[in-house]
Design a protein around this ligand. Structure first.
Ligand code: GDP
Length: 527
């Protein structure tokens, strides 16, 4: 076990992501948390990463800005003795795989829900990933300054749709124009809403709800609040911290990110209840953050697409030990050792060179193509962190060379973009044609644009009839061989060389499943 100080450093780390369906208020909340955390001093410093109507030019512009200040990928700050790391995720759903991967590097998540809209499609998908990984989740219900449905109904809907038990730690008093504020169940105080973007007033301590003082503050709404809370205490058991840490129970806060309301409460409760980095499972053994030896994995590779400042940064989540600048580490996949002389961290939206980093921290390694997403880095031990599985893409295209003079460039570009996780590549075992699978059309456009601008290569996409990519597996080697022979025109290999059956249609997949009982068909790459 490491020294006391390592343990202290680990336990004060809070590494998390804020996620939401587009427009629920993720960007606004992120910015307000940075403001309250003292990391920034003016609103407007956090750039929205929203892409309107899937325009490639929007995406490229955002990428250009981000390339210049990759700092926005991780926003670290000190708050009340805690080291808080917020990991940014793309808002656009075509890039949801990127978001899912970032979720492998966080220790908890805050899900923002628009109070008027409730659970939306992206919210559900994000929750599914959290549930798979048992990531502790806090829910922030936003936009209380706008009219909403009844709070009990809203919570019931969320609980049902997200399949997680809820536990309100605050309770709203009306909404929309009548919104008065929230009663903070977590620390028993009354926070009164002021529709001003500037004023931040501390909550009024209110231990005894039966005190007639309540009427002084919220008038006739006091009666309703008392009734509501009586129901709340009846319906919801007291907050069970262990259930939250196990990912079974989500505490709920209400507020209005735009009007700075409920943010301080959220942040204060968050640092107290959210987990510090926990043990991580590798294929070989469990890695405890307090292990002596450094280990970490690459969850994101950021390419600066500005042709004048070409560079890549591999983002590494520290999982155990202590990362030290210039120490010799090993990239497990290649077995090669290396040193990082200018590792960066991201504090208060500044990128700076660091000497050391602890579990929970994210370190940026300058990269010229050595790393791929999912890589494990250690002091020498051959372990492999388990990544998030790839999901079957939804759209498939053959990728063809559109400039025969630039074959090398194209191959290099396609390989590197896939290493960055921009999309998934499958190679036909039948004719060697390459197939790119994506979640959305925008990804194809980005690939084409980047191949041209960064690799000086031109590609053409050709449509193909494809329903799903299924990773196949069997305990019966004979059955597997037979299946592959029979379906050889439809077999492909993924990036790691695993067998994938490319099913043209639901019908063909159903047929194959009923005919080949010994074959297991998986729709994600890890099973
Ligand atoms: P994101 O797509 O989830 O990042 O959402 P944004 O933070 O960009 O917010 C989407 C829109 O909702 C913006 O116009 C925000 O100003 C607005 N918004 C965010 N929070 C609130 C809130 O608490 N109340 C109201 N009325 N609008 C909000």
């Amino acid at each position: 076990m490491e020294s006391m100080s390592n343990q202290t450093e680990i336990r004060r780390r809070r590494t998390f992501a804020i996620v939401s369906h587009p427009d629920a208020g993720k960007t606004t909340l992120t910015e307000k948390l940075l403001l309250f955390g003292g990391a920034i001093h003016v609103a407007g410093a956090v750039k929205s990463n929203k892409i309107k109507k899937g325009a490639t030019s929007d995406f490229m512009e955002i990428e250009r800005q981000r390339g210049i200040s990759v700092a926005t990928s991780v926003m670290g700050f000190e708050y009340d003795g805690y080291k808080v790391n917020i990991l940014d995720t793309p808002g656009h759903q075509d890039f949801q795989e990127d978001t899912f991967r970032t979720l492998t590097a966080v220790d908890s998540v805050i899900i923002v829900i628009d109070a008027a809209k409730g659970v939306e499609p992206q919210t559900e998908k994000l929750m599914n990933v959290c549930r798979m990984r048992k990531t502790p989740v806090i829910i922030f219900i936003n936009k209380l300054d706008r009219p909403t449905q009844d709070t009990f109904e809203l919570l019931d809907d969320i609980e049902r749709q997200l399949q997680i038990s809820l536990n309100p730690l605050s309770w709203p008093i009306n909404s929309g124009p009548d919104f008065k504020g929230v009663y903070n169940i977590f620390d028993k105080s009354l926070d009164l809403f002021k529709a001003s973007v500037q004023d931040i007033e501390p909550g009024i301590s209110f231990d005894d709800l039966n005190s007639p003082d309540l009427e002084k503050h919220i008038g006739n709404d006091a009666k309703k609040l008392r009734e509501d809370l009586e129901l709340v205490y009846g319906v919801y058991p007291p907050f069970d911290h262990n259930e939250y840490l196990a990912g079974n129970l989500a505490p709920v806060f209400f507020g209005s990110a735009l009007y700075n309301f409920g943010i301080q409460e959220l942040l204060d409760a968050f640092v107290k209840v959210a987990p510090w980095p926990r043990a991580v499972q590798t294929e070989e053994r469990e890695i405890d953050p307090e292990d002596d030896k450094f280990s970490g994995f690459v969850f994101k590779i950021h390419a600066n697409i500005d042709p004048n400042h070409r560079s890549r940064i591999a983002f590494v989540k520290v999982c155990s030990g202590k990362f030290i600048r210039n120490n010799v580490y090993k990239l497990v996949r290649s077995g090669k050792t290396f040193r990082v002389s200018s590792p960066t961290a991201f504090m208060a939206s500044q990128k700076e060179i660091i000497e050391e980093a602890f579990p929970g921290d994210i370190v940026g390694f300058p990269d010229n193509g050595s790393f791929i997403i999912g890589d494990t880095i250690t002091e020498g031990e051959d372990i492999h962190f388990k990544g998030l599985p790839s999901f079957s893409p939804e759209l498939f295209r053959f990728v063809e060379n559109a400039d025969p003079m630039k074959t090398k460039q194209l191959n290099k570009g396609v390989d590197q973009l896939m290493d960055e996780g921009v999309a998934q590549l499958f190679t036909s075992q039948f004719n060697g044609r390459r197939i790119i699978g994506t979640v959305g059309q925008l990804q194809f456009e980005v690939i084409q644009y980047r191949l041209e601008h960064e690799y000086n290569a031109k590609c053409r996409f050709e449509p193909m009839q494809m329903y799903k990519a299924c990773w196949i597996q069997s305990d019966n080697p004979k059955a597997l061989t037979e299946f592959k022979n029979r379906k050889h025109q439809k077999m492909a290999s993924d990036k790691r060389g695993r067998d994938v059956f490319m099913a043209d249609s639901q019908f063909i997949l159903d047929m194959a499943q009923s005919e080949f009982k010994d074959i297991k068909f998986h729709f994600t790459s890890e099973f």
